[in-house]
Design a protein around this ligand. Structure first.
Ligand code: SAM
Length: 178
């Protein structure tokens, strides 16, 4: 079984877009408890390197580190563990909310932007970026930026996402390169 319900969301997204391929190298941001890494491994990818603030029970051969992704040392560490540049950067990161609308909002957008910047810096040409976002979030500028770098950018709302949740996934495919 999967360690998370979130595993079914990635399953649905990949069933549509088919980026978890044998030979692919995958980064998993916000990996705990490990469901997305399980799905990627099950679909035969070559390697997964992940990070979370929380510890994750080992999922060999994946490498998952306990760190804050916004720590500048984290990106280079992930690439080192991955053994090469990624074909896919996944982010299911969600910050802990503090209950103050504007503060929560800025933190959510900040994390997505950090993940997108990282993806643009490290992806192989043709690569894919998937990130959890929230409907009504200030993602207009981010989507415009992603469109400069990727052939296609779309919003995907998996059926496994509760219909009352504002969660939506940004899926950018066909990275144009730097
Ligand atoms: N995709 C995962 C799975 O299938 O098991 C579920 C991820 S869960 C919805 C979101 C995760 O993002 C949490 O475990 C949280 O600790 C992590 N997270 C939030 N902010 C983070 C940060 N700055 N660095 C690393 N992980 C972070």
């Amino acid at each position: 079984g999967y360690r998370s319900r979130a595993a079914y969301k990635l399953t649905e997204i990949d069933d549509r877009l088919h980026f978890l391929k044998p030979g692919a190298r995958v980064i998993d941001l916000g990996a705990a408890p490990g469901g997305w890494t399980q799905v990627a491994l099950e679909r035969g990818v070559k390697q997964v390197a992940g990070v979370d603030l929380l510890p994750v029970d080992p999922l060999p051969p994946a490498h998952i580190v306990q760190m804050d992704f916004t720590d500048p040392a984290c990106g280079p560490k992930l690439i080192e563990l991955l053994g090469g540049p990624p074909d896919v950067v996944l982010s299911d990161m969600a910050p802990n909310t503090v209950g103050h609308r504007q503060t929560d909002h800025l933190r959510i957008v900040g994390l997505i932007e950090a993940a997108a910047d990282f993806a643009v810096q490290v992806l192989k040409p043709g690569g894919v970026f998937v990130a959890k976002a929230f409907q009504g979030g200030e993602t207009t500028a981010l989507i415009a930026e992603l469109k400069r770098h990727f052939a296609d950018v779309r919003n995907v709302k998996p059926k496994a996402s509760r219909s009352d949740s504002s969660e939506v996934y940004l899926v950018a495919t066909g990275f144009k390169g730097r």
